[in-house]
Design a protein around this ligand. Structure first.
Ligand SMILES: NC(=O)C1=CN([C@@H]2O[C@H](COP(=O)(O)OP(=O)(O)OC[C@H]3O[C@@H](n4cnc5c(N)ncnc54)[C@H](OP(=O)(O)O)[C@@H]3O)[C@@H](O)[C@H]2O)C=CC1
Ligand SMILES: CC(=O)N[C@@H](CCC(=O)OP(=O)(O)O)C(=O)O
Length: 316
């Protein structure tokens, strides 16, 4: 069986990387759009409706426009943008979210790919909310350290004009300081928290790699729990998930001399979740490749789940 796949936004950061994944596959025929027609509505409409799966790797408004062009009921749309992530008519494309999420992705023709920060945040915290340890009304504080490719083509260009880079691009840069980052709605909805987190990301002078750190105050837990207990709840939740690795509570084994490497999962679709701290103060940290499990890898994984080929076609 060969699936016809169209990548709307094939020249963007996410689209290019999806094409790299697809180029390795013999079960996929990629429908290419001519370079000069990339923004031509009629041509996009033709290719979207000729496809079994269309990936949208576009800004939000263009993604909504593409969805309005779909008239083939068999076309499955996987949208990498923020436009549809908490829309109830869409399925959240995170197979590890819950036991029934794969079945939902398989059945749905509208799949919203999670945001990169949101993927890490949700995977780290949802097991603790589900277990009843973290009360839903807890306001979590979290940060994220991310590479600049998360900002797409224009941010990449800013950072890669190396000789002309202003000095400030050579240091980490906190952003989203109005504390209204666009991932808050999905972070809240899919963890089960009833309050949006205080979330504040930092972009650094490296291409890719991301780690979200959430601060836990054990005195807010519904019962007494050690770091080992928290680690076990998360590890049990993801037992059998090949892309999720819950690290042991062992600083010497999980850090490099006490430093945590945010690039450790680059070029993979993997997520590592680590619990640090002590009985009074804890951190839960999830790291991933923002272009892997944070974007393109996740989109291809969602396609695999939808098509029922997840086990046979490996992302690493
Ligand atoms: N980078 C990342 O880590 C992640 C990105 N995302 C999301 O994925 C989407 C794509 O992001 P990213 O790849 O980083 O963005 P880029 O800016 O790298 O690429 C976007 C692409 O969309 C094209 N485009 C813009 N408007 C239209 C249009 N009307 N019709 C057709 N093509 C259009 C652009 O064309 P042109 O080349 O001419 O500018 C560009 O090639 C965004 O919604 C982003 O939020 C999601 C997760 C992570
Ligand atoms: C460095 C940087 O700017 N990163 C982007 C994250 C990109 C991403 O995953 O989010 P979307 O899919 O929602 O665009 C940001 O924080 O807005």
């Amino acid at each position: 069986m060969t699936y016809k796949v169209f990548v709307d936004g094939q020249e963007g950061t996410t689209g290019l990387q999806i094409n790299e994944y697809l180029a390795q596959r013999s079960d996929v025929e990629v429908l290419k759009i001519d370079a000069d027609k990339r923004k031509d509505l009629a041509e996009r409409k033709r290719l979207i409706n000729a496809s079994d799966v269309t990936f949208l790797c576009l800004p939000d408004e263009a993604a909504k426009e593409s969805v309005s062009l779909v008239d083939n009921p068999n076309t499955c749309v996987i949208d990498a943008s923020t436009a549809h992530r908490v829309n109830p008519a869409w399925t959240f494309g995170l197979p590890e979210l819950a036991k029934d999420q794969r079945a939902k992705i398989k059945a749905s023709k509208r799949i919203a790919n999670p945001g990169c920060h949101a993927t890490a945040f949700i995977l780290a915290l949802r097991p603790l909310v589900e277990a009843g340890l973290l009360p839903a009304a807890t306001q979590i504080a979290a940060n994220s350290i991310t590479g600049y490719s998360g900002g797409g083509k224009s941010m990449i260009a800013d950072y890669q004009k190396a000789s002309e880079s202003p000095t400030q691009l050579k240091a980490p840069r906190p952003y989203a300081l109005a504390l209204a980052h666009k991932h808050l709605p999905e972070m809240q909805a899919y963890t089960g928290l009833s309050v949006a987190p205080i979330f504040q990301p930092i972009v650094g002078p490296f291409y890719k790699g991301l780690a979200v750190t959430a601060y836990l105050q054990p005195q807010q837990f519904s019962r007494k729990a050690s770091t080992a207990d928290v680690q076990k709840i998360i590890a049990d939740y993801y037992a059998g998930e090949r892309f999720i690795n819950v690290l042991p509570v062992d600083l010497a084994a999980t850090t490099e001399g006490g430093f945590y490497n945010v690039e450790a999962n680059n070029d993979t679709n993997r997520v590592d979740i680590a619990v640090f701290g002590n009985d009074e103060r804890m951190l839960v940290v999830a790291r991933l490749d923002n272009l892997g499990k944070g974007a393109s890898g996740a989109a291809v994984q969602a396609m695999n789940v939808h098509l029922g080929v997840e086990e046979s076609l490996g992302l690493v």
